[in-house]
Design a protein around this ligand. Structure first.
Ligand code: DC
Length: 225
């Protein structure tokens, strides 16, 4: 394992478990890059919607991915998602794109395309990768793996508070349960903890407390930081 350039840390878990806040804060504490891999699936979903490609049209998705350039650029300490050179960061958080991202993420052609993109981003290490299959599939040799969980009601309430009044709590919970179902039951790279992941339940802990716990685990498993 090449630790010269820093560690590769993965954080997987279902929607609304607090992965984004925790991953971002953990990366900041370590001085590492934060990579939100869900944004990549959202970027592909946006491109598909714009091209009128249905999420189950594998040929269409293959053609789309073939010509797609997708990645991040750092601007003023913020990570922006670029799709074919266009900054689409502010367009990928709608309920429609959430659902389409979940649907296209079940297609092997999309996962294979993004596997290379993600591994390329991880080649320099010193990064915290947030996603669903980071520790299990994309980076099986990651230095420290976490699986962040929380119960459905808590996750739905957190997402509802983030969205403001854009949807009812019931609708948010229903959408979340459906996405959990899609993400957990898809044939390829389903949402599941890697066997060597450290599981943390955030239902009753603040993001700060979870980050402290993770730093402790990182210190004790690697002797670093
Ligand atoms: O984390 P998120 O809600 O932004 O992710 C959007 C969708 O992308 C989610 O429904 C599942 C999928 N996804 C995935 O399959 N694998 C990842 N590593 C990250 C996200």
């Amino acid at each position: 394992m090449n630790r010269e350039k820093g560690l590769l840390i993965t954080i997987d878990g279902p929607a609304g478990a607090g992965k984004t806040t925790v991953s971002r804060n953990l990366a900041a504490r370590l001085g590492y890059t934060y990579v939100d891999t869900g944004a990549l699936y959202r970027g592909v979903a946006l491109a598909a919607v714009r091209s009128g490609i249905e999420p189950d049209d594998d040929e269409g998705l293959a053609r789309l991915c073939d010509g797609l350039s997708i990645g991040f650029s750092q601007q003023g300490g913020q990570s922006r998602l670029l799709v074919n050179g266009e900054d689409v960061t502010d367009l990928i958080r709608t309920p429609e794109i959430s659902m389409t991202a979940s649907a296209v993420s079940a297609r092997p052609v999309v996962r294979t395309f993004l596997l290379d993109v993600q591994r390329d981003l991880g080649s320099r290490r010193a990064a915290v990768f947030e996603g669903r299959d980071m520790g299990s599939v994309v980076f099986p040799d990651a230095d420290v793996k976490f699986f962040l969980a929380a119960d459905l009601k808590t996750r739905a309430l957190r997402r509802y508070q983030e969205l403001g009044a854009a949807a009812s709590l019931e609708q948010v919970e229903k959408d979340m349960a459906r996405r959990d179902e899609n993400d957990t039951n898809r044939a390829l790279a389903p949402l599941a903890p890697a066997p060597d992941a450290v599981r943390i339940d955030s239902t009753e802990f603040s993001a700060e407390a979870v980050v402290e716990k993770m730093l402790e685990v990182i210190r004790s498993t690697t002797g670093e930081n």
